[in-house]
Design a protein around this ligand. Sequence first.
Ligand code: BGC
Length: 359
Amino acid sequence: MKKFLLLGMVLCLSATMVFSLGKKDAKTGKYKIGVSMPTKSLQRWNQDGDNMKKQLENAGYAVDLQYGGDNDIPTQVAQIENMITGGCSALVIAAIDGSSLTEVLKAAKEKNIPVIAYDRLIMNSDAVKFYATFDNFKVGTMQGQYIADKLDLENAEGPFNIELVTGDPGDNNVNFFFGGAMSVLKPYIDSGKLVVQSGQISQAQAATPNWSTEKSQERFENIITSVGYGPDGVKLDAVLCSNDSTANGVTNALVNAGYTKDNFPIVTGQDCDKPSVKNMNAGTQAMSIFKDTRTLASRVVTMIDALAKRTAPEVNDTKTYNNGTGVIPSYLCDPIVVEPKDIQKALIDSGYYKPADIQ
Ligand code: BGC
């Protein structure tokens, strides 16, 4: 009997430890939520930050929203440190580098401040209690499948030429984006139906530091020159790009090399950022993946509400995302494919953009 009582107490204790927020702010009497975003220089994170702030404030929380300069890791670490000492009750963090927050988050753990990893998984920290993101592997498979369908790889004889561009090596999502895309494309590369003429096939070779448009453009200009791709040169059929900022660099390089909408290779993307939607309208990017930042923000607010009520936040994945300290219970939102024909319904009718934003 005693044993069961003890077990019950231990379970209760661990439940309250996990399903709760830190202290309320003494001055305002509100829970203060620290929201740390990686950069102001990419549109999506500004939208994520704005949505998080708006939705948290509407739900009655105080918010400390910070951006880590332009992907500056020491700035993000210092901001998180201030959030912890400044009385935040929970932290929502989109990490610049998933492996650089282990030290600073020890202090959050000590103060029982739960951390929710936002969009990108934070590695090697047991302060991370939950993860809210889009289904990142599915994003990759959708991009790969788009290329497979458009080139009709199942039936066409080929061979077709493809090049591969992915994101920052410190972003855990890259493993899923690239892994998902390659789960579709690799069999065709292995069989010789798809050929990577540059030879740059591995994830490390396809990486783009900081997801930088300039770096992706630079790398792609080198590939164009070394392989001899061009409207009158070696035919390039498709470029797998893991997101829009890298796709924009590739598109710039292709336009500079003389490609027009009439002979443009298939270029994939992700985020439906404004420049990419404009490129889709202009015929210089084929598709993007729409991840509605409003949906992700409201999912995180729901998680925080549950913690405030000391109940378990809803999750829909308890096996995929191991951050090195164990599997982090996750909620995966659904990404959707957007081609030019879908822009009106997905992006305008849904109120995500005004027509003027993408003209
Ligand atoms: C996000 C993408 C974004 C990329 C660059 C990734 O972690 O999931 O949506 O395009 O970072 O900021």
